[in-house]
Design a protein around this ligand. Structure first.
Ligand code: SF4
Length: 408
C-alpha cells in the first residue's frame, strides 16, 4: 500500500510545470518566471521542544524569537498563489503551532484558512503538543488542508521525554490530541490526513549547543513497534519511519552531529515487524529508499535542478531562501548557513520582486555552474535533502540512459 507517496518525488504529477522548466530554465529572462509550486514556511522561530536530532538547532536560540506578521504571511501566500503556487507546508526551524500574531491574535489555523481561499493546498508538520481541539476545529474547516504530520519520536513516555527533551506528560498530551483530531475529522467530515513520523536514532552521547557537558541520549529503535501499534489503534492514517539527516552547512555548530554516521542496514528486521502492522486504514512508510541513499556513497545526480526553481523556504524572520537545507542567519556578525541561497525578505519586498531580483539571479547562476567553475557542488549538500527525489527524477530526464528511457 502506498496511498500517500511519502517516499518518492511528485513532480511527475505536474508535467506542464516540468515542461515549462525544461523550455525556460536556460535563459534568465525566461527562467526568472519559473515560480515555485511548493513552499515551506516557518511561521515562528522558536520551539517548545529540543529534540536531540534537531539539525536546525542553530536557528532556534535566537534572542529575538522571530515570527512572521500575519499580514505579511497573508500577502506572501496570495502573491505566490497568483504565480502558480500549489502547496505550502508549515514547519521549518520552529514549532508552527506556537504561532500567534501579536497585532491580530491570528493563529496558524487562520493562515491555513486564508491559504484555502487563495487556492493553495496546505500541510503542517508539528510536535502536536498544541494540536488542541480548538485548533483542529478551525483548521480542519479548510478543504485544502491535506495533512497534519506529527513528529513523534518514541513510543513510550520516558524515551519520548529524553529525545524531545521535554516532560513525559507531553507524550500523553500528543496521543490525546491525535485521538481528538481523528474524532473531529470524522465529526465534521474533513478529509485531512492525520500522519505521524519517527526519526530512528541509536543510543548516543552529545552536547547541547554551547555546552561542554556530555549527555547520554537513548535509542528509540525499540519503541517503533509499540508506537506503530498505538497510532494504528488511535486511527492515525500513516506512520513514516525516517532516517536522521545531517544539515551539512552548519554541522559544526549543530549539536545533533553525533548521529551523522548512523547506518540503517542493521535494523531491517525491526522494519519488517512494523510493516506487518499495516491495515487498509493504517499505512506504514519505511523510508528505505532514503535510508539507502543516506548509506550510499553515490548521490545519484550531479546538479541540483530544483533550486532556485520549483520550491523555496520562508524563515520566521521573513528571509526567503532558495533552499531550506542552507538556511541560516547572522549571529554576532557571523553568517550561519549559506547566504548565497538567501534571496530577500518578505517583510520588505514583494514575492515577485524577490523572485525576479539580483540575489535570485546570482543563485540561479551559482546552481547552474559546475563545481570546477565555482558553482554548487551537490556532494556538499545535505544527504536526502527535501529535493533529493525530485532531483533524481530531473537528472534522469536531463541525462536519459537509453535503456531506462526505452518505452517497454
Ligand atoms: S541538492 Fe538539495 S540541499 Fe542542495 S541546493 Fe539542491 S535542494 Fe538544496
Amino acid at each position: 500500500m502506498d496511498k500517500t507517496r511519502i517516499e518518492g518525488q511528485k513532480l511527475d504529477m505536474h508535467p506542464a510545470r516540468v515542461a515549462h522548466w525544461l523550455a525556460a530554465k536556460d535563459e534568465w529572462e525566461t527562467a526568472k518566471n519559473i515560480f515555485p509550486i511548493y513552499m515551506e514556511v516557518s511561521p515562528v522561530g522558536v520551539c517548545n521542544h529540543e529534540c536531540t536530532f534537531c539539525s536546525v538547532d542553530y536557528m532556534l536560540d535566537r534572542e529575538d524569537a522571530p515570527r512572521l506578521e500575519y499580514t505579511v504571511l497573508e500577502r506572501a501566500l496570495t502573491d505566490m498563489a497568483q504565480q502558480g503556487l500549489l502547496s505550502a507546508m508549515f514547519a521549518g526551524a520552529g514549532e508552527p503551532l506556537l504561532y500567534k500574531d501579536k497585532a491580530t491574535g491570528k493563529t496558524l489555523a487562520d493562515v491555513i484558512v486564508h491559504a484555502d481561499t487563495v487556492g493553495v493546498d496546505t500541510a503542517i508538520t508539528t510536535n502536536a503538543v498544541l494540536l488542541t481541539e480548538k485548533f483542529a476545529e478551525r483548521a480542519f474547516q479548510a478543504k485544502r488542508l491535506r495533512w497534519v504530520r506529527t513528529s513523534l519520536n518514541a513510543g513510550d513516555r520516558e524515551t519520548y521525554a529524553a529525545i524531545h527533551r521535554t516532560k513525559p506528560e507531553d507524550f500523553d498530551t500528543v496521543l490525546r490530541n491525535l485521538e481528538n483530531a481523528v474524532k473531529i475529522r470524522e465529526r465534521i467530515g474533513a478529509r485531512v490526513q492525520i500522519l505521524a513520523q519517527i526519526v530512528v536514532v541509536p543510543e548516543a552521547q552529545g552536547k547541547r549547543r554551547r555546552s561542554l557537558l556530555q549527555e547520554n541520549y537513548p535509542s528509540n529503535i525499540h519503541t517503533v513497534l509499540p508506537l506503530a501499534t498505538r497510532l494504528r489503534d488511535i486511527g492515525v492514517d500513516n506512520l513514516a519511519v525516517k532516517p536522521y539527516k545531517q544539515h551539512l552547512v552548519e554541522k559544526d555548530v549543530s549539536r545533533s552531529n553525533m548521529y551523522a554516521t548512523v547506518a540503517y542496514d542493521q535494523i531491517s528486521k525491526m522494519f519488517d515487524d512494523v510493516e506487518a502492522l499495516e491495515t487498509d486504514q493504517f499505512e506504514i512508510t519505511i523510508r528505505r529508499e532514503t535510508m539507502a541513499h543516506e548509506d550510499s556513497a553515490e548521490r545519484g545526480y550531479k546538479a541540483c535542478y530544483s533550486t532556485p526553481y520549483h520550491w523555496a523556504y520562508i524563515e520566521a524572520d521573513g528571509e526567503l531562501w532558495a533552499c531550506s537545507a542552507h538556511v541560516g542567519r547572522v549571529e554576532h556578525g557571523k553568517e550561519l548557513g549559506d547566504h548565497r541561497f538567501r534571496l530577500g525578505n518578505v517583510n520588505e519586498l514583494s514575492f515577485m520582486d524577490i523572485w525576479h531580483g539580483e540575489r535570485r539571479k546570482a543563485c540561479w547562476e551559482y546552481t547552474r555552474k559546475s563545481p570546477a567553475e565555482g558553482g554548487l557542488d551537490v556532494d556538499t549538500c545535505m544527504r536526502g535533502c527535501q529535493m533529493d527525489m525530485p532531483n533524481r527524477y530531473l537528472w534522469d530526464l536531463m541525462n536519459p540512459e537509453p535503456t531506462r528511457s526505452f518505452i517497454k
